[in-house]
Design a protein around this ligand. Sequence first.
Ligand SMILES: *Cc1c(COP(=O)(O)O)cnc(C)c1O
Length: 425
Amino acid sequence: MNYYSTKNKDLRKSFREAVIEGLPSDNGLFMPERIPQLPQDYFKNIQDKSIREIAFDVLKPFVEEDLKDDQLKNIIQKTFSFDFPLQKIKHNNYALELFHGPSYAFKDVGATFLALCLEEFYKDEQEKCTILVATSGDTGGAVAAAFSKVENIEVVILYPSGKVSELQEKQLTTFDENVKALEIEGDFDDCQQLVKQAFLDSDLRKKLNISSANSINVARFLPQMVYYFAPFIKFGNAPLTIAVPSGNYGNLTAGLIAQKMGLPVKQFVAGANRNDVVPRFLNSGNYEPKATIQTISNAMDVGNPSNFQRMIDLFSEEEIREKVKGYAFSDETTLEIMKKVFTKNNYLLDPHGAVGYLALMEFMKSSEGKGIVLETAHPCKFMDVVQKVTDKDILPDSAQSLIQKEKKSVKMKVDYEGFKEFLVG
Ligand SMILES: *Cc1c(COP(=O)(O)O)cnc(C)c1O
């Protein structure tokens, strides 16, 4: 499988090259040159398959020229080392919990897969690699955990100062030497812009091997296809509606590719907070990026989602508007549904899952069958919000000890030259 740039279909890179480079030099995004098809009868016996077997079948065609079967199996075993349980919320509606990994968020899947791919690719190299990652909260923690024991790789995490939760911040700032945290006095888009600028800086790229760990890296978003198969292991080949709380739209894009491979998803529903550029596009046909608005579902505070480029590369605008229904919700509505679901259904949603659940409920008003919301993070990552719902102690033991640790970060203004100096100096 080769990968092209969304800005230049003639550009062709191997999986290895696309992973190492992160972003093509023309500022597009890498895309697989074709979407492999699963055999028609693949879903007949899906209930007998394990998530790791499925991961191997799904991912192999995307990586086979660069990873041998046993390498891929080893990476899959470590990446899919935790469960994706389905919890009933009410009637036909379930939460697929994606947060049982090391940083309590679905991003552990992509981050771990990427870290292990890079570890393989850099094994025989003399040079080191520096991973640059901008985070609105959750990416950084997942990346820090995934890379903290990986050799020959340095990680620099940029996060918006004061805009991530206490636990999230500790997950970014308490690792050893190879994981550094930069506290940027700006918002997530500023962080993302600094990283993008670094990738376009040929002078910097001569001095450093840089790569990205954002959802723009193909090794981040491809493995996210796999857990979309989990509800089908439980329910068989039944039509399912899947709601995805969305910010940068990497998670949803992975689902769309899984569907294109043959996964019988009946309908995707995108849930957004007040950063509603995609739902507005789905409803009106106009795509108008806006400045980021801060909300209680801060990992989805993205004004101009990168992966929209991938969505319109995969499908015509008309197709997207048919495949994905989109809804946006205020913080007040989000908090309200968290309280309601906790009291009535005894299930504690995190603010992101709550936005997804609201979108699912909205769509289900005029639809039937089973509905699944992806619960993308453990509620303990957002204690300031969750405290308004319950005063129950929900912090896992491992998070308790993390909170005690001392924060180590470097504060920085939104200033590219300063950032570059930090990297090269
Ligand atoms: C990152 C994140 C999202 C949004 O995922 P995208 O792939 O950026 O759309 C949703 N929920 C949580 C908890 C996240 O960390």
